[in-house]
Design a binder for this molecule. Structure first.
Ligand code: SF4
Ligand code: SF4
Length: 382
């Protein structure tokens, strides 16, 4: 297999990684054998059942999980492979007692754990989320830890024939269909996979799989039939927002002082679960662990959550968002208003993970509905 894991940037927008307009077809059994061979050489991660109908991304040795592609979304999104829940950013050593303040005598060591990896069967909503994360970690100050892992990963998406459950509102958020954000995208055509080729790297990867042929007219007609069925299946999901998604920033602006935040803040436990499972939440905390003699130490980061009490706490005992209502409002405002202002995209893909996991039953579409009721004037209904 050529080293397709190291061919520069991981995204669609970089030189040498331009999106290709192509598709192929491969028998499922041949693709499964190919993945099994690949798994002996690199890490292959895909959703696997965890009991009670739950799934999580984990390393596998074969593609047997693709036999039953109708899984519920994983509890955690695949972002954990690019931004681990916690990691060491660098270690430093120096002369005992003097060195940690910086200067020539300090030695830094950076060891980024980034195995070659194939992410298999990533859903369209998560592909859309990865694109947003890419934007964050490329912008301003490129994050080498994140970007190195992205560069060494191949992403194989899996199209959804229908919404995964009642919590998903991906179609309303425009993420049930994706044209980019994957190296390859699998569409289920019974005995074969119709494979959309998203990048040159994806094409090179697929070329190593035996039995692949270019998609013909019959394949294209079949995938169009599947596509039509998908559109019908997603009709309800596409109606799940009380306003068009383009109007969410304006709705949130007008609802800045809405009493709805107090109402939901009363119910919210401030537990942070919604942030932690969200595929587009990217906040992290950084801490330095330093030896008592100041001669060595390490800088670590770990996921943080804006719904947690300590998130906005600062030195001196102040906390800018002590109330749960303020923290909940901030999370919604960030996803639906601040992030679009900065990155040009809503930072919610409608994956429904937050609603599925919230012990207080707080569901984003219901919150938007309550805000819409409270701020009726000037925001169009869908
Ligand atoms: S909205 Fe739900 S999951 Fe999020 S902090 Fe509040 S109780 Fe926890
Ligand atoms: S806010 Fe909720 S529905 Fe939106 S992307 Fe995050 S977890 Fe998914």
């Amino acid at each position: 297999m050529p080293d397709t894991f190291n061919c520069g940037d991981s995204g669609q927008h970089s030189e040498g990684m331009e999106s290709m307009d192509g598709a192929a077809v491969v028998e499922k059994c041949k693709f499964a054998s190919f993945i099994e061979r690949i798994a002996s050489e690199v890490s292959v991660v895909t959703p696997v059942p965890r009991g009670s109908g739950e799934f999580s991304f984990a390393e596998v040795q074969d593609a047997s999980s693709l036999q039953n592609p109708s899984y519920r979304p994983t509890l955690n999104s695949p972002k954990k492979y690019f931004l681990p829940p916690q990691e060491v950013l660098f270690r430093f050593t120096g002369k005992s007692g003097t060195s940690v303040r910086g200067g020539e005598e300090v030695q830094y060591e950076q060891d980024i754990e980034s195995p070659r990896r194939v992410l298999l069967a990533v859903r369209p909503c998560d592909l859309a989320a990865i694109q947003r994360m890419d934007e964050v970690f490329r912008a301003a100050e490129p994050d080498h830890h994140y970007l190195q892992r992205r560069q060494r990963s191949i992403i194989i998406g899996l199209d959804c024939p229908e919404p995964c459950d009642e919590f998903a509102f991906c179609a309303a958020m425009g993420t049930s269909e994706v044209d980019e954000g994957f190296d390859l995208l699998l569409v289920d055509l019974d005995d074969v996979w119709y494979v959309r080729i998203g990048t040159k790297r994806g094409e090179e990867f697929l070329a190593e799989c035996p039995g692949v042929r270019a998609a013909g007219g019959d394949d294209v007609r079949e995938v169009q039939r599947v596509q039509k069925a998908k559109e019908r299946a997603f009709e309800r999901c596409a109606q799940d927002l009380p306003v068009p998604r383009e109007d969410l920033p304006e709705l949130l602006r007008r609802a800045e002082e809405s009493p709805v935040w107090e109402e939901y803040g009363e119910r919210c436990l401030g537990c942070g679960r919604c942030n932690l499972v969200c595929p587009t939440c990217f906040c992290f905390d950084v801490e330095d662990i330093v030896a008592l003699d100041l001669g060595k130490g390490e800088r670590r980061r770990r996921w943080d959550a804006c719904t947690l009490l300590e998130f906005a706490a600062v030195a001196g005992g102040e906390n800018f968002r002590r109330d749960r209502a303020d923290r909940l409002r901030h999370m919604f405002q960030h996803k639906g208003r601040y992030a679009p202002e900065r990155y040009g995209e809503l930072f919610c893909t409608g994956c429904g993970r937050c609603a599925r996991t919230c012990l207080a039953g707080i569901i984003p579409t219901e919150v938007y509905g309550a805000l819409r009721e409270d701020v009726k004037d000037g925001v169009d209904e869908t």
